[in-house]
Design a protein around this ligand. Structure first.
Ligand SMILES: NC(=O)c1ccc[n+]([C@@H]2O[C@H](COP(=O)([O-])OP(=O)(O)OC[C@H]3O[C@@H](n4cnc5c(N)ncnc54)[C@H](O)[C@@H]3O)[C@@H](O)[C@H]2O)c1
Ligand SMILES: [Fe+2]
Length: 365
């Protein structure tokens, strides 16, 4: 039957304020006696406190940059091997979690990620468990089998079961310190995941339900979380939105906005969330149909046009770049060609080509 589907979600999810304080107990319960802790640079102090309290943490590594490079994966894998760790915990945003996922996938065999990145070598059969601890509310990487890393300018999404974390430990308190602009970028990434999971050609009923809830949560809470980072309810709801956003695209995959985000990040250095948000309202208009209209209405809006306008308002409110003229030396022809060639573009419900993408970018001039 046309509507048959397969759904699976193997990650144990632990959610709640203060849950990070239970990390030692979680490691003990899982029988993990040596765990490497990767963390965002900003959270180095917190990671060292955890390492002092929890004897199972055998090392801390925090040299991870935004849009993480293979070099960081190699260093993390090297330390993980040197310390004889059995698991890798990742406390940070998508950059830290994706580095940890890659390092844990290769550490039993190697500390050179390049041949795996290039697809020249298959991932080893044995891998280390990952405990993903998100500190931004955006990527949903804690529940996806995706790792996004770069080698020089080339940014690549690898979608492989070896990257599935064993556990997601989601403590909204860890997001209270996220700066305003990153709060907006990452929150719009979560919205893009939910909307793209919903309209992706591969969408299916269970993912749809989570996407609808994630859209409602982002529209109801992102502005508050951005205005006041200490708003506990808004932060909690955004952590939940990011989790549900991750679950809603994990199987259907993302589509046009994420396809365009890669050239926008590679050539114009936009952070991931801002790069996805750049074309999000344009794709809401392009992909507008009865089904998307019903979702917008369920979220309390009059329809898809109001959804697109609301996204634009959020971007402008936080000073995100919204027009090509905000980018240095924009090249519409190259951008349209590169976006059309990205494999995720094939998931977009409306077929897009170089010409229709050029038309879309003309509206963003
Ligand atoms: N694996 C997936 O499923 C998936 C999905 C979407 C995006 N991504 C990837 O994830 C990366 C983006 O991740 P991100 O948006 O979470 O950003 P990030 O991890 O790059 O972090 C952004 C900034 O926020 C800071 N930061 C993080 N947590 C903080 C905290 N609690 N307090 C203060 N500052 C904090 C970091 O130091 C950094 O400067 C990109 O590489 C993107 O391609 C992966
Ligand atoms: Fe994303």
């Amino acid at each position: 039957m046309a509507n048959d589907f397969i759904y699976s979600q193997p990650v144990k999810i632990i959610f709640g304020e203060g849950r990070i304080r239970g990390l030692g107990g979680i490691l003990k319960e899982a029988g993990i006696s040596r765990c490497m802790l990767l963390c965002d640079r900003f959270l180095r102090g917190r990671a060292e406190e955890l390492a002092a309290e929890i004897p199972e943490i055998c090392g801390v590594f925090s040299d991870i940059e935004e849009n993480p490079q293979i070099k960081g994966v190699n260093e993390a894998a090297f330390l993980t091997r040197s310390y004889g760790a059995e698991a890798v915990a990742a406390m940070g945003g998508g950059s830290t979690m994706d580095t940890a996922k890659f390092a844990a996938a290769i550490a039993c065999e190697s500390d050179n990620a390049l041949p795996y990145f290039r697809g020249e070598k298959r991932f080893p059969a044995k891998r280390l468990t990952v405990i993903a601890i998100p500190t931004t509310a955006g990527t949903g990487s804690e529940v996806t089998q995706v790792s996004v890393t770069s080698c020089g300018k080339e940014k690549k999404t690898i979608n492989d079961p070896v990257f599935m974390p064993g556990m997601a430990l989601i403590d909204p308190e860890l997001t209270y310190s996220v700066p305003k602009r990153t709060t907006m970028n990452t929150g719009l990434d979560a919205l893009a995941h939910a909307l793209e999971g919903y309209w992706s050609r591969g969408h299916q009923p269970i993912s749809d339900l989570m996407a609808k809830e994630a859209v409602k949560l982002v529209l109801g809470n992102l502005e508050n979380a951005w205005r006041n980072g200490e708003d506990k309810e808004a932060r909690r709801n955004m952590s939940m939105a990011a989790l549900l956003g991750g679950l809603s695209f994990a199987m259907p995959k993302t589509a046009g906005c994420h396809a365009c985000s890669y050239p926008l990040s590679e050539d114009y250095h936009l952070p991931h969330g801002e790069a996805c948000a750049f074309t999000l309202s344009a794709f809401v208009r392009i992909n507008s149909d009865e089904r998307l209209g019903a979702l917008a209405k369920e979220a309390g809006l009059s329809g898809t046009e109001e959804l697109a306008e609301r996204i634009d308002e959020l971007k402008e409110m936080a000073g995100l770049r919204t027009r090509l003229s905000d980018l240095p030396d924009p090249d519409i022809d190259k951008l349209s060609r590169d976006c059309a060639a990205h494999p995720l573009m094939r998931n977009n419900p409306v077929e897009m080509n170089v010409e229709s993408l050029r038309e879309m970018f003309e509206t963003l001039k």
